[in-house]
Design a protein around this ligand. Structure first.
Ligand SMILES: *Cc1c(COP(=O)(O)O)cnc(C)c1O
Length: 424
């Protein structure tokens, strides 16, 4: 499937039926798989055979979705997880243990921020945060012998800043550190971080990949372009794994990262994607390329409209020529800048609440990035414990409205915002 273009891969990759088999992946709703002979089963346990034996380790429906996402990102292997958060957790634990650290952009998803700054430190894995707008020198200073991963988001949720891949990838290459990229909001339809130096991709497939708000899920993609062999930073990849008969992961011909992740982390922790969710995510992602075009063009239209509105103080979307991240967006995602945006209403928390309640088509939700437009007012929901000054510090002023633009007709989306603004 390597030579096909992305929209072709969306509908064809990951599953090819044999004669008489179902055209789309069937749901292999089974914990376990039948074996007639002992040796064939033993080969599964020794990783000599890639056949299915237990759904915590691998499942045919999940494999179809994994194969598709790997193809979309240009990777060599992928692992379907129970959520985006578990994907990130398992990816970090594949490389880091007590005493190690991860260098992470401070503009990341709230759940990821908590994982890195609260939960992983309890396991002895430290986190060093950096401002994604900081200079290369400042970011480079954070890397030491114990740094196992640099973590960024292509388009940060909810800050909507675009990462400067050249800046961070140069540092990672120089120091032989893995660059892990959460590509949830850009998706491979708009940006393929592999082309800009990424080594591992993370997805919350609960968002655009599924696209229909139907199934929670996460994916880890091994891009197969990192050299673990004899890299002292990754000693554990170069030493025999006694829990796998002395296997040395760095000696594997391909998918070194994904194999270690599956053999150790998925085996020991689980958090695998369910066959049902893999099925929904597989068929949902058939239309990814089409949807991302529409999300992007709709958001760009809404951004233009809001920019001219007298009741709007500011608008943040990378498609806007005066946006701080416009140049980076044009460089890394020129064909569309996605459906996520935010804007500030002239007024206070009460004005914002009135606006939110006046919307008729666009609904209030914690979710983002599915076919239906939705809004969130962080100051009165996710960030309601913070005062005005702390809100400013967190980069979410009290008048900030987060809007995930869906694929409805843009005239209807704009008309709904228009009537709600008239009401305040
Ligand atoms: C939602 C989200 C996550 C977490 O994914 P879940 O599937 O909700 O666990 C991680 N990263 C980004 C950018 C997200 O938007």
């Amino acid at each position: 499937m390597k030579n096909y273009k992305l929209d072709t891969l969306c509908v064809q990759a990951g599953y090819t039926p044999k004669t008489g088999e179902s055209r789309i992946p069937s749901i292999a709703q089974s914990t376990t798989f039948f074996y007639g002979d002992t040796q064939a089963m033993a080969d599964c346990f020794d990783l000599k055979s890639a056949d299915y034996f237990y759904s915590r380790l691998a499942n045919p429906t999940v494999a179809a979705f994994e194969g598709k996402v790997a193809a979309l990102e240009g990777g060599v292997a992928a692992i379907g997880c129970s959520s985006g958060m578990s994907a990130t957790t398992l990816a970090v634990l594949t490389v880091a243990g007590a005493g190690d650290n991860v260098v992470c952009s401070q503009a990341v998803y709230g759940g990821t921020y908590n994982l890195f700054t609260v939960t992983l430190p309890k396991l002895g894995i430290a986190c060093k945060l950096f401002d994604p707008d900081a200079s290369a020198e400042e970011i480079e200073k954070l890397i030491d012998d114990k740094t196992k991963m640099v973590f960024v988001e292509t388009v940060a949720n909810p800050a909507i800043c675009v990462i400067d891949f050249d800046k961070v990838a140069t540092i990672c290459k120089k120091h032989g550190v893995i660059l892990a990229v959460d590509n949830t909001l850009a998706t491979p339809a708009l940006c393929r971080p592999k082309e800009f130096g990424a080594n591992v991709i993370l997805h919350s497939s609960s968002k655009y990949l599924d696209g229909h708000a139907a199934a929670l899920g996460g994916v880890i993609v091994d891009l197969g372009n990192f050299n673990f062999k004899n890299n002292p930073r990754y000693a554990a990849f170069n030493e025999p794994d006694e829990s796998y008969h002395g296997l040395v992961y760095a000696d594997l011909p391909a998918a070194v990262f994904a194999t270690k992740c599956r053999a150790q982390m998925i085996r020991d922790i689980g958090a695998i994607m369910s066959p049902q969710n893999a099925f929904l995510s597989y068929i949902g992602s058939d239309t990814l390329a089409l949807r991302m075009e529409k999300h992007s063009s709709n958001a760009a239209k809404v951004a233009q409209y809001l920019k001219k509105h007298p009741k709007i103080e500011w608008v943040r979307h990378p498609s806007l020529a005066d946006n701080k991240y416009h140049a980076l967006a044009m460089k890394y995602m020129p064909n569309g800048q996605g459906g996520m945006m935010s804007f500030g209403i002239k007024g206070d928390v009460k004005t914002c609440a009135k606006f939110m309640e006046s919307l008729k088509l666009i609904t209030q939700e914690t979710h983002v990035a599915d076919v239906r437009s939705c809004v969130l007012h962080p100051a009165s929901t996710t960030h309601r414990q913070l005062g005005k000054a702390d809100l400013e510090k967190a980069g979410v002023p009290e008048n900030l409205i987060r809007l995930s633009v869906g694929i409805e007709n843009p005239d209807d989306i704009i008309a709904d915002i228009e009537q709600a603004l008239e009401n305040i």
